[in-house]
Design a protein around this ligand. Sequence first.
Ligand SMILES: [Zn+2]
Length: 607
Amino acid sequence: MDPSAEMFLSELNAEHLKLHRAFEEAYWLFKMGDHDVKDAMNDAEKARDAFRTDARNLERVRAAISAATSPKEIERLRIWEDFFKLYQTPAELMPLKAKIGKLESDIGQKLATAKEGYIDPHTNAFVPASKVAMRMMMRTNHDEAVRKACFDAFEKMATLALEEYVAVVGLRNEFARALGFEDYYAYHVHMSEGMAKERIFKLFSEIYECTKYGLEHIRKLEAERMPGLRKPWNFNYMMAGSFTLEENPYYDFADALMRWGRSFAALGIDFRGGTLQLDLLQRDGKYNSGFCHYPDLVHFENGKRYPGAANFTCNVVYGQPGAGEQGHKTLFHEGGHAADRLASEQEETCLNSEWPPASIAWTETQSQFMETMFSSIEWRTRYAKNKEGLPYPLDLFERTVRKLRIVAPTSLYSIMFVSEFEKLVYETEDLDAEKVMRIAKDMRRKYMDHSEDSLFALSVPHIYSSEHSAYYHAYGLAFLAIEQWRDYFYEKYGHIVDNPSVGKEMREVWKLGSLKTFAEFVKLATGKELSADAYIKDATMDADAYLARGKERIARLASVPEWNGPVRLNAVIKMVHGKETVADTSASFEAMAEKYASWLNAQKRQV
Ligand SMILES: [Zn+2]
């Protein structure tokens, strides 16, 4: 390689890595509750954005391409050309971008520091409780008045930043239109998936048409056997609440780390020497939603590979019914994200982050694949054991399937609901607070068909940040890909849980980082074009067929040996709580899990 091109490429990579790291480090601190870093975070974000949007960088790359002689050199430079092209923002739009960033961080702080809690229906006293805790209470609390009080609290909090939301939607649209897009939704779909929004919503409306009979079945169930089912504070409680309580003993959060470690080890997951930092418990002032970000990216210097780092978080309220399962899920979900990005073999750091050209749908496919594996009945009967060592009972599986299969056709509706809400918000002319509330209520009716209106769409944290707004559809696209991929693996190997061949195939595609688009990756991984077929087949399967399939899968797993070796994921893992390190893998994964479990047990229940 021509030394000047090589020098230029390492300069680009080093600069990108440095700017990425500076922002991500501040972002993590801010989201974990240190709001003093807000200005530093905004400055670091501006510096990173300035690099990506700088027209001179694009010109330099293009000049280097014209001077380049080797195909390898040109290939590497083209990746950067595409990257800079994707982010080009005329200088005159930068003040607008900064204005959006400022408004969003004000909203973020307002929401994070808002007093959260509900009015006790019996004493009329305010009871402090986090959103996560209240959501869980709506699912499991036996007192309908308390569940309704939590619902009312959500409705009230939903409008806390409504005026700011209307303003920021207007600014985001102004920004997207200046770049030639019809609105911010169209712009963001182009950035994150290289797709047109029409294609996504066409797919969603096909699914809706094939599955909306599910809502009729639920109405019928309410009329015939479960009065009050469609009240929003009753639905999850009446459908799944008692199961959440019954399943709870099988998901002690203190056991979660070991199960996750063994399960990932059996699958052959390898973090390639990376560092993982996990902050899993709920805390005041902490961001209200799980995520995985990468302060350090996989990168190369003089041909040598350096591992990346992943931070991930969730909001487990330790001891609260249902929280243990939620914590398990996060480990599988966010751990799947980390396994994907940290396995990259790409030399260009712009292909190793979570930001575009990364496809959100593709990265979500990895995390939700792991989550789906965790939720499978064969995983549960092998790993989810109670204090007496008894595995998740088959009879409980049968009862949950017989009762809950009725909601399977609508399983993507919570995703399609947020997606269409946002699509309409961005498309509405002369948007104001009234119109936003109208759309929120209409979409809630369309997809949830509850008997009362709700502004729940405004409680979805994603809508308040530019990066995460207009991307909920990616979760839906991911589900289509997951069902397609699972079908492929079951057909080829007969089982997924504890199957190193599955891990091996996944690692092969993970090596490519963000080199391909979502649709290309799906084809590469599953051998077929992306379609909704596998998803619809699964969603519309009746209880008998679903049970029979589950039992076959349990029987198949019986012939697969359990993982008995030590857990070695090739990672440095730190369990943290804010700025405190609780346990790490310096001795071993097993020692870390044990220390974390005893720390957990020493924690007071925080609701
Ligand atoms: Zn995710």
